[in-house]
Design a protein around this ligand. Structure first.
Ligand code: PLP
Ligand code: MN
Length: 370
């Protein structure tokens, strides 16, 4: 059996496979880094998108100050590969996780975490006390997403004062991620609502500083809002993740700012009727939480999952030449609708340039949800 290797032609690759157009990916990285370099804002890309130390390394080489991860288990994967200037953007609660975190920061002291509750802060402090360690923390603010986070203003100040009584926690910043605004199509509305969120975040940072807290990090922003956040003033760092590969959900909202650099390569395995083709990529290859993936370069053809392992392509206008030519054995690409949940389904990235495999990267943090 032939295992795919660097130098192979893309045509030899088995399907379904997650493939990356390296030229487009590199352009996405360069474009984003260039914009924030001009703005003098730090970029700490969210690595929950790529889940790959190799790609994290590329982002760092391009100018990222460090990375964000969502979970302790993702931080473990990155840290093991020497990528340990990390912010874990999700609250860490419960003995098993705290114990993993403590083990991790023994050797990786630059890891920062977020807190949004008295109990969470106190239990973190206790776990660190037992190990005689300290950690930098950020207060997580709810700036409108209504997920985690204390309310801006008084609630944040109260938590900060509580935190100052916990000797193993050092408050260094605030996080206020506006996830609810990322996919707003109208640039005006996205900008205006993002400004409201940034006002809550920066005003709270100012109040905390006024009360003597050394707030160095004010972090926020995803692919849809990072630039708006950066231009607002008072933000030190942005955390976009999806820009590196994009997806149809973001493309539909943002236009062609960044290119769709990742697709799922699949094969037509059946052509049962004149208006139906079946491919080998179903729910286990492509996520559908943000809508249906899009067959690349095949306008008028729609994808729907045909179960775990099949995808069904349908069309109504038989006359279209692209459709008429779809045959058993043809290989087509699907653009994911949501990049994060699709990447997490695959073992490897197959990265190519000019039709040839140039790199194969494991999705090393795949399934790392703890
Ligand atoms: N920051 C946080 C806290 C997030 O949860 C996310 C994504 O959900 C991001 C940043 C990155 O967002 P995106 O991948 O949409 O750029
Ligand atoms: Mn996402």
């Amino acid at each position: 059996m032939h295992h795919p290797q660097v130098g192979d032609s893309l045509d030899e690759l088995d399907t379904p496979s997650m493939i990356v157009d390296l030229t487009l990916m590199e352009e996405n990285i360069d474009r984003l880094m260039q914009r924030f370099r001009e703005k003098k804002i730090h970029v700490r890309p969210h690595l929950k998108t790529v889940k790959s130390p190799e790609l994290a390394r590329r982002l760092l080489a391009a100018g990222a100050v460090g990375g964000c991860v969502a979970k302790v288990s993702e931080a473990e994967v990155m840290a093991q590969e020497g990528i340990d200037d990390l912010l874990i953007t999700t609250e860490i609660v419960g003995k098993p996780k705290l114990s993993r975190l403590v083990t991790l920061i023994q050797h990786h002291p630059r890891i920062k975490v977020v807190i949004d509750s008295f109990i969470g802060a106190q239990e973190l402090n206790t776990a660190l006390h037992e190990a005689q360690l300290e950690i930098d923390v950020l207060i997580d603010l709810n700036v409108g997403q209504n997920r985690c986070g204390v309310l801006p203003g008084k609630e944040a100040l109260t938590l900060a004062h509580y935190c100052s009584k916990l000797p193993h926690l050092h408050l260094v910043g605030v996080q206020g991620y506006e996830g609810h605004l990322q996919h707003i199509h109208s640039p005006e509305e996205r900008t205006q609502r993002c400004h409201q969120a940034m006002r809550l975040l920066t005003e709270t940072a100012a109040q905390l500083r006024f009360e003597g807290f050394p707030i160095e990090v004010v972090t926020t922003g995803g692919t849809g809002t990072a630039e708006i956040c950066a231009d607002y003033g008072g933000i030190t760092e942005v955390q976009p993740g999806s820009f590196i590969f994009m997806d149809t959900d973001y493309r539909n909202a943002l236009g062609p700012t960044y290119a769709n650099a990742l697709t799922i390569l699949s094969t037509v395995i059946s052509r049962p009727t004149p208006t139906r083709a079946v491919i080998d990529a179903g729910l286990k290859s492509l996520s559908i939480d943000s809508g249906m993936p899009e067959p690349k370069g095949l306008p008028g053809i729609e994808y729907q999952p045909g179960g775990d392992e099949h995808g069904i392509l349908t069309w109504t206008k038989i006359a279209d030449p692209a459709q008429a030519h779809l045959e058993v054995g043809d290989r087509i690409e699907l653009i994911p609708s949501h990049i994060d949940t699709t990447v997490n389904l695959h073992d490897h990235y197959y990265a190519y340039r000019d039709g040839m495999l140039e790199a194969i990267w494991p999705v090393a943090a795949r399934g790392k949800v703890q």
